[in-house]
Design a protein around this ligand. Structure first.
Ligand SMILES: Nc1ncnc2c1ncn2[C@@H]1O[C@H](COP(=O)(O)OP(=O)(O)OP(=O)(O)O)[C@@H](O)[C@H]1O
Length: 591
């Protein structure tokens, strides 16, 4: 099977996100910013952090391996890059052999998790940081995206023995608040990030609603479910008027005499307790439905459409969405299971596929002071949003309801992409800020605060490696990952230009060094010549001076010798008269 390309969500969707991830390809470390740091100060200073996009590739099943699904369609090049290769017999491959289109596409992600990745490794590598910040008071949002059978449920929910990111996140939250859990239900999430205090009757009502919701899990058929809900709802109504319907007994509130703790350094700390509430809803065809609305899942009841409203601060929230107090991971997972069941029941009724709606599971953590009359210290929210996939929108099916569905999915994904891209621009002080179209889809309207920097956000992309779903996988990658082929080419060209630039710079440097060496050598030669000349001159001048001195000495010696000789002559001088007398004397003696 090979779906024709271009029959999916509008290519503009891809363009928007391609642009987003293009930065990744260029090796930038902070391509996207959507969050504030935990414990942000009161002015909610916007300190952005990147929107991380993780890819998880699931392993082949035995059946897939037997049916020749393994054709090296997904190749993990390195921890950030994957290559998608069209199956051998596909139209894409045949066309590309004829020179029409591309059969190979490459995408980069914040991190790629291969088929061997364990649930624990995946949680550690993706969610842990978000949950840590969430516990510290920051909001968290996780989008998951992928076609049917790509491994979304496995990644988010996992199995009872090997939980996915949601039960692991819940475990981390409950582990963190262990011993400090506020078990009463009299403080409840309200509006977007507010808390309201309930009176005794309202608390009772909460307990009964929770019991009714949880009871729905036990019922297998729609009819029995209906009767249970009817009796439970009766009970709710009765309890509201007479408080006769008892709830499960709750542990009493721990008695705390002093709400201030002193640490070893004598620093004061406020003792806190926490309360956890969850909700589960879906957005289908731009309508919001509560998946905890157990009354509406019967065949005969129309589902109630919920409205997205804004509080005084302009923050969006879903009006009348049920928030259920949960006191353990198990309880929260039951809510998830009930929501899943209601989602698939609704889908069956509407002949719709579950992956055609956006499912949103949210957890609100209320922090209260630990004292007899607790005060609200803060609220943080973490939402896991399972995005609708735009698969199966090929031409043969795009009419009637499916056309409307496809249009709405495309539109909301398109707006999501536009919001992300606009925020990307917002980070760049040199680029003129453009209008961010949050209000143009329910999804972006709901998560507007995240796009304004109030929370940590990430996207998880699930894909399988099957040859038969190659086109769908390619589409998912194009939406969520980094680049289309054109962008890849641009990047490749830019990389080549960069390499060429570097090479020319290197050559220039070599040339400059050579010229400098030559100039220095020349200078050395000239210096040597000058010095040789100077030495020669000096030698000549010394020789001349020596010569002169030598002459001087010669003269002096000559003079000295003459003087000595003269002195000697003087010493031995005999006047001639004496000499003659003497001579005559000698001659006489001789005779
Ligand atoms: N990482 C994984 N390791 C082992 N098996 C996996 C992994 N991911 C998914 N699977 C298996 O692949 C199959 C499809 O996964 P899953 O049901 O999670 O897909 P999905 O995307 O949620 O599909 P749908 O949208 O139809 O619910 C399941 O049998 C699941 O157990």
């Amino acid at each position: 099977m090979d779906y024709e390309e271009g029959s999916y969500a509008s290519s503009a969707v891809c363009d928007v996100l391609d642009f987003t991830c293009y930065e990744d390809l260029m090796g930038k470390t902070s391509p996207m910013e959507l969050s504030v740091i935990p414990n942000a100060d009161e002015q909610q200073q916007e300190i952005y952090q990147p929107l991380k996009v993780y890819l998880r590739v699931r392993p082949f099943s035995k059946a897939e391996l037997e049916s020749n699904e393994s054709q090296d369609c997904v190749i993990i090049e390195n921890p950030e890059t994957v290559t998608l290769q069209a199956p051998k017999e596909s139209f894409t491959m045949k066309n590309s052999e004829k020179g029409i289109g591309q059969s190979v596409h490459q995408f980069t992600f914040t991190k790629v998790f291969g088929p061997e990745t364990t649930q624990s490794d995946f949680f550690e590598g993706t969610m842990k940081e978000i949950v840590k910040a969430y516990i510290d008071g920051a909001n968290g949002l996780v989008f998951s995206y992928g076609v049917t059978n790509a491994g979304k449920t496995f990644t988010i929910q996992g199995s009872p023995k090997d939980g996915g990111i949601l039960p692991r996140s819940l475990d981390m939250i409950f582990h963190h608040i262990r011993g400090r859990q506020y078990l009463k239900m009299n403080f409840k999430p309200y509006l977007s990030n507010d808390v309201k205090k309930l009176d005794v009757t309202q608390v009772k009502q909460e307990e009964i609603i929770k019991a009714a919701v949880l009871a729905s899990l036990k019922e297998d058929t729609e009819d029995t479910l209906k009767s249970t809900i009817q009796s439970e709802s009766l009970c709710i109504l009765e309890s509201v008027s007479s408080s006769s319907c008892t709830s499960a007994s709750l542990p009493s509130d721990p008695l705390v005499e002093d709400s201030i703790l002193l640490d070893a350094n004598g620093t004061k700390h406020q003792r806190t307790q926490s309360s956890v509430w969850v909700s589960f809803c879906e957005i289908y065809n731009e309508y919001v439905y509560d998946l905890m609305d157990v009354l509406a899942i019967s065949k005969y009841q129309k589902r109630k459409v919920l409205k997205i409203c804004e509080d005084q601060g302009g923050n969006s929230y879903i009006k009348d969405l049920k928030w259920i107090n949960v006191q353990s991971t198990e309880e929260a997972c039951k809510i998830l299971k009930i929501g899943n069941k209601n989602r698939s029941l609704a889908c069956t009724r509407m002949n719709q596929h579950s992956s055609r709606s956006h499912g949103i599971f949210s957890v609100r953590l209320l922090r209260l002071s630990d004292e007899a009359e607790p005060r609200i210290l803060g609220v943080s929210e973490m939402s896991l949003c399972d995005l609708a996939g735009s698969e199966r929108c090929n031409k043969t099916q795009t009419f009637g309801d499916r056309l409307k569905e496809a249009g709405n999915i495309n539109n909301s994904l398109f707006i999501l992409g536009k919001c992300i891209a606009a925020l990307k621009q917002k980070q760049n002080p040199n680029v003129k800020h453009s209008y961010i179209p949050f209000r143009e889809s329910k999804l972006t309207r709901l998560f507007q605060p995240f796009f304004c920097g109030k929370g940590k956000a990430c996207m998880i992309v699930n894909v399988n490696q099957c040859a038969s779903t190659h086109s769908e996988t390619l589409h998912v990658m194009k939406f969520s990952a980094t680049a289309k082929q054109e962008l890849l080419k641009t990047t490749e060209n830019l990389k080549k230009t960069l390499v060429a630039e570097r090479q020319s710079k290197l050559l220039l440097e070599v040339q400059i060094r050579k010229e400098m060496a030559e100039a220095m050598f020349q200078q050395l030669l000239e210096t040597e010549e000058t010095w040789s000349k100077r030495l020669e001159d000096m030698r000549e001048s010394y020789e001349e001076k020596l010569e002169n001195k030598f002459e001087m000495y010669k003269e002096a010696i000559k003079k000295h010798a003459y003087m000595c000789a003269m002195e000697q002559i003087e010493d031995h001088y005999v006047p001639i008269e004496e000499f003659i007398v003497e001579q005559e004397k000698v001659e006489v003696d001789f005779i």
